[in-house]
Design a binder for this molecule. Structure first.
Ligand code: HEM
Ligand SMILES: *[C@@H]1O[C@H](CO)[C@@H](O)[C@H](O)[C@H]1NC(C)=O
Ligand SMILES: *[C@@H]1O[C@H](CO)[C@@H](O)[C@H](O)[C@H]1NC(C)=O
Ligand SMILES: *[C@@H]1O[C@H](CO)[C@@H](O)[C@H](O)[C@H]1NC(C)=O
Ligand SMILES: *[C@@H]1O[C@H](CO)[C@@H](O)[C@H](O)[C@H]1NC(C)=O
Ligand SMILES: *[C@@H]1O[C@H](CO)[C@@H](O)[C@H](O)[C@H]1NC(C)=O
Length: 334
């Protein structure tokens, strides 16, 4: 059929509207009120459980926040990080002797199951606990999107290749974020998570001795902090020993993480590189974002919340995909 020019323009703009509706539809698969009828009281019980866990151990806020991140970057936010087993993500390099909080997630799941059995996914529990952990540590809050279902497989290889590492170059970190739909601004805002929690010697000792194959130390690590960390993490010492990611205010979710970077007090190489830069063409961009969060903590909070919502939207399983796990550590059929 031969179309006039006007018809084809009209049908093209109609197509654009249809695509827009489809795109918006895809983007909003998750909703804030997903459990409002199937599990009223859910948000309150999760908040209370997270509060108890943080009261028992302040660091747990950081550990729970990190679990949601490590879940979302591997096969999407599908609770896969929680699955036990030798082929599980728990044994992938970024998680081994490092990821923690699994018992707390179990306790929250038990409380949620007794409130409304079989209704709430483990993936959503991670999203809610991450939000509550940030808020209860003094950070921003946001309306958490819900409706994710739980995956049926863990992906150890995906965890090893998809999660960023502390000695990755800026370009590598950016490409790992890009692989899950997150941009450079998300990298900087979400790295602000390192305003709470701890890291092990093994994750930053490369900066203390024989840095980059030399006999020196990392020039972008402040001198007294270097000496202090050399004492904490001697050569052939216990690589599991921990220290604060933000030495100014370990337990407080604030913008001091970014202030540290201005004075070479970022703990991980992947932290300091955001300000000090490497040969990435994105270095000027990350540096100026760091500066903007130093001077405007409200901007950091707003951007952080928005990036968390974006991260929580990574490839969720919805509809009849996946399942609602009864026990977060095993798939239902097993
Ligand atoms: C940008 C790339 C990132 C790298 C290279 C990175 C790397 C690390 C490393 C190596 C640790 C210490 C682990 C250990 O010693 O056991 C850590 C801790 C932590 N990370 Fe990241 N991370 C990144 C991004 C993120 C993001 C996006 C979040 C959250 C949205 C996050 C949240 C945390 C938290 C809260 C801790 C402390 C955990 C605890 O104390 O238990 N990180 N990260
Ligand atoms: C594991 O993750 C990798 C990298 O994202 C992906 O290519 C692969 O399909 C995943 N495997 C499974 C079994 O989900
Ligand atoms: C540093 O490198 C030298 C030469 O490769 C090596 O002999 C020495 O043991 C290394 N020191 C540390 C602390 O790794
Ligand atoms: C950390 O602790 C684990 C388990 O206790 C041990 O197997 C591992 O070798 C330790 N890692 C380092 C780097 O010391
Ligand atoms: C944290 O930083 C503030 C000012 O930015 C300073 O007054 C305070 O002493 C610092 N606290 C620690 C423990 O370093
Ligand atoms: C510069 O970038 C390239 C490619 O990203 C990387 O392989 C190289 O190690 C970097 N060099 C330095 C000095 O950082």
């Amino acid at each position: 059929m031969k179309m006039s020019r006007g018809t084809s323009v009209r049908s093209r703009s109609l197509l654009r509207v249809v695509l827009l509706i489809w795109f918006v539809g895809v983007k909003s698969q998750l909703t804030t009120d997903f459990y409002s009828t199937s599990c009223p009281g859910l948000l309150n019980i999760v908040r209370k459980e997270v509060q108890n866990a943080i009261k028992a151990e302040t660091r747990m806020a950081a550990s729970l926040l990190r679990l949601h991140f490590h879940d979302c970057f591997v096969n999407g936010c599908d609770g896969s990080v929680l699955l036990d087993g030798s082929d599980g993500e728990k044994f992938a390099f970024p998680n081994l002797n490092s990821a923690r909080g699994f018992e707390v997630v179990d306790a929250i799941k038990t409380a949620v199951e007794s409130l409304c059995s079989g209704a709430v996914s483990c993936a959503d529990i991670l999203a809610m606990t991450a939000r509550d952990s940030v808020l209860l540590s003094g950070g921003p809050t946001w309306k958490v999107l819900l409706g994710r279902r739980d995956g049926l497989v863990a992906n150890q290889t995906g965890a090893n290749t998809g999660l960023p590492g502390p000695v990755d170059s800026l370009d590598t970190i950016i490409s790992k974020f890009a692989a899950v739909g997150l941009n450079v601004a998300d990298v900087v805002a979400l790295s602000g998570s390192h305003t709470i929690g701890l890291a092990r010697c093994a994750t930053f000792s490369n900066r203390l001795f024989n840095f980059s194959g030399t006999t020196g130390t990392d020039p972008t690590l402040e001198t007294t902090m270097t000496l202090d960390l050399q004492t904490l993490c001697p050569v052939n010492g216990d690589g599991n020993k921990t220290t604060s990611l933000d030495r100014n205010s370990t337990d407080l979710f604030d913008n001091h993480y970014f202030k540290n970077l201005l004075v070479n007090k970022g703990l991980l190489s992947s932290d300091q590189v955001l300000y000090s830069g490497d040969n990435s063409t994105a270095s000027p961009t990350t540096k100026s974002l760091v500066q903007s969060y130093v001077s405007n903590s409200g901007l950091f909070f707003t951007d952080f919340a928005n990036s968390m919502i974006k991260m929580g939207n990574i490839s969720p399983l919805t509809g009849s995909k996946g399942e609602i796990r009864k026990n977060c550590r095993v798939v239902n059929s097993s």
